[in-house]
Design a protein around this ligand. Sequence first.
Ligand code: ADP
Length: 545
Amino acid sequence: MKGQIMSYPLTTNAILEYGNRVFPDQSIISHLPNKTRHQYTFADLYKRCKKLSNALVNTFGVKPGDMIGTFAWNHYQHVELYYAIPGAAAICHTINIRLSEQQIEFIINNSEDKIIFVDASIAPMLEKMASLLVTVEHFVIINASDGFTTTLPNTIQYEDLLKEVSDDFEWIVVDENDACAMCYTSGTTGQPKGALYSHRSTYLHALSIMSPNAGCYDANDTILLIVPQFHVMAWGFPYMCLLAGAAMVLPSLNLQADAIIEMLINEKINKANGVPTIWLGVYEALKKNPPKEKLALQEYLVGGSALPQSLIEGFERDFGVRGVHAWGMTETSPLGSISRLQPKHKKLSVEAQLKIRAKQGIEIPGVELRVVQEDGTIAPRDGKTVGELEIKGAWVIDSYYKTTSREKFSDDGWFKTGDVSTIDADGFMEITDRTKDLIKSGGEWISSVALEIAIMAHDKVMEAAVIAIPNKKWVERPLAGVVLRDKDKKVTPEELIAFLSKNFAKYQIPEHYVFLDEIPKTSVGKFNKKEMRRLYAEGKLSRST
Ligand code: ADP
C-alpha cells in the first residue's frame, strides 16, 4: 500500500523558492575578480535567476536536458547559474578551470556544452581551444571590465543578456530525478569522468549537509565558500545556504591566505569550508601575524584530503577555531562522512578525542559505508581491519556519464571508492590510503597517509607527502617529500626517523627524504602523488639520503 502523501518534487527550483520565501533579506556577498565587493539578497538572486532562465529559453533556445558549461570563480553570478540553468530544465556543467588544456577540451566536447559562461579573467584559457569546441554555440562573458576584448566567437556580456529579458518567467517543469548538474572528477586517476547529479540528489544532499551532526548550519551563520564552485558544486553549499538561510561570502580568485584572513575579519565569517592546504596556509599566516581581536570564525569544514591532527590541534590552541573533518568524492556529491565527537567521547583525554576528530568520521544520514576486504568479505567494524571503502546512498552516482563500465561498482550496486580504510566500533571511518598510493614493502602494506600525518606533526615541517619508490630487495620503499616551515630551521632525516620511531615499526619508516620548496598539487590542491612519482622516475626528485 502506498502512503497518502503529496508528490512534492525535490528540485533546485524548490530550494530557490524556499530561500526567497523564507529568507528574502539574507545576504550573498561576493569579492569579485577586480577586487570590488558586491552584496545583494536572496530576493535579488531569485529575480535575476528568473531573468537568466528566461534568457536561456527565449534568447538562446535552450531545451530540457541541454548541457550548459560554466568556467568561473565563486561569485553571485555563478550562484545564479547554479539555479537558473536547472530552472530552464538544462544541466549546469561546472568546468574545473585548473584541469589541463587537454582535459578541459575533452570534457567540454564529451559533455557537448551548448553555451559556456566564462569569467573574463580566464577567457584566454578557452580562446586557445575555441576552434576545437564544436558543440559550443555561444560564450557569455561574466565580469568583463570596460574595454574587454576576446577572440572567442559569438560572445555576449552577462549583464547585456539579462538586460533584454523580464523576470516574469515560469520555471520549466522537471521531474525530481532529472539531471540538474554535472561535474567531472579531477582525473587524478585517468581521464576525467562525469558525475551527473539529479534535482532530488542535490536537494537531499543539501538537507543532510545542513543537519546538526553534519555541517550544522543555520540562519545565524555567515559562511565563506572557499571550495571552488567548479569543483563538486562547492560541496553543495550554494544550495544548502538557501535552505539554511545562511549568508554566503564568495571569494572568487581572492584565495591567498592574507585575502582570506581579511575576509574572515571584515565579513565576520563564523564558518567556512576548504581543503587542508588552504587552512594550513591560513594558520601559518595567522601565526606570523596574529589578529588584534579574536576571530568570529568558530569552525572550518575540511575535506578533499586528510586533515592533519596537528592542524586541528594548533588552530584550536592558538586561535580557538575548530577544524571539522569530512570525507567525500565527486561521485558522492560529495559528502559521505563527517567527524564530530559524540557524548560518550567527552570523557576521553584530549589526545584521544583529537585522534577521533582526525578520522574521516561517521556516515551522514542518506548514505551507507562498508569496508570490503581483498577476499570479498565485509570487514568487521573493529577499527583495525583494512579494505576498500564502498558507499551507497541517495546522492551517490550509479554510473558515469556516457560510460557503461561497471568497474567501479560492486555486483550488489555499491560504489567502490578506491580508498583504503577501516571503520571502528563507533562507526568512525578512517582512510589509510588510496589503493594506488599504498606502499608494499617486503610483503607488508605501509600507509602513506599515516606517515604524512605523522611527519607533518613535527614542529619544523609544514607539509609532507609520501610515495612508493622501487626497491630491489623490498619491491617498494617509502620516500617522503618534505616542505620545511622555515628554510633556515633545517631538520635531518635522522631526526625525522627518530621522531617517527615512536609510532611506527622500523620497516614502515622511510629512509629516503627529499626537501622540497613545495609539494606538487592537483587542480584542487591535493598532493599530486602521480606527479611526484613521475618526477622521481625522471630523476627530478633528488634524494638527500
Ligand atoms: P579525484 O578522485 O579526482 O581526486 P575527488 O575530489 O572526487 O577527485 O577526490 C575524492 C578523493 O579524495 C577520495 O576518494 C579520497 O581519496 C580523497 N579524500 C577526500 N576527502 C578526504 C579526507 N577527508 N581524507 C583523506 N582523503 C580524502
